[in-house]
Write a protein that binds this ligand. Structure first.
Ligand SMILES: [Zn+2]
Length: 130
């Protein structure tokens, strides 16, 4: 995991006498969850991946993008979701008549930490056996 510490030193001067009245945001949609990577709201929370260090919700596509960047995926390789909170870097095997869609798993990437039960995750899989 990369440590992305922001070292920008900003001068935070308080402007005296410039008090803005805070907008009351009690009517905000609390249900909406923003993506850990791109910050945009996640519409389909069911398809989101718990990617952040604390299981933050992340777009499936954003996780894919990040993994591709991090892992330096080659042209004949792919990042695929293999289930159970895991992704895999796969490489296509030479297709044979028997196995036209065979691929090798080069590396498994565990993305979701099973220890973390994020709040945003609606448990629709009540019957899952841990
Ligand atoms: Zn995103």
């Amino acid at each position: 995991m990369k440590d992305k510490s922001n070292n920008t030193n900003r001068n935070r001067k308080k402007a005296p006498g410039k008090k803005k009245k805070g907008i009351q945001n009690s009517n905000l949609n609390i249900e909406s969850v923003n993506c850990y990577v791109c910050g945009k709201p996640i519409k389909e929370i069911i398809s989101a991946i718990a990617y952040g260090p604390n299981g933050e919700a992340t777009h499936f596509d954003c996780v894919l993008k990040r993994l591709r960047e991090e892992k330096d995926i080659k042209e004949d390789q792919k990042v695929q979701y293999i289930g159970n909170g895991m992704f895999a870097i796969t490489e296509r095997k030479k297709s044979t008549p028997e196995n036209p869609l065979e691929f090798n798993i080069l590396e498994k990437i565990v993305v979701e930490n099973k220890e973390i039960k994020p709040e945003w995750r609606i448990d629709i899989r009540d019957n899952t056996v841990g």
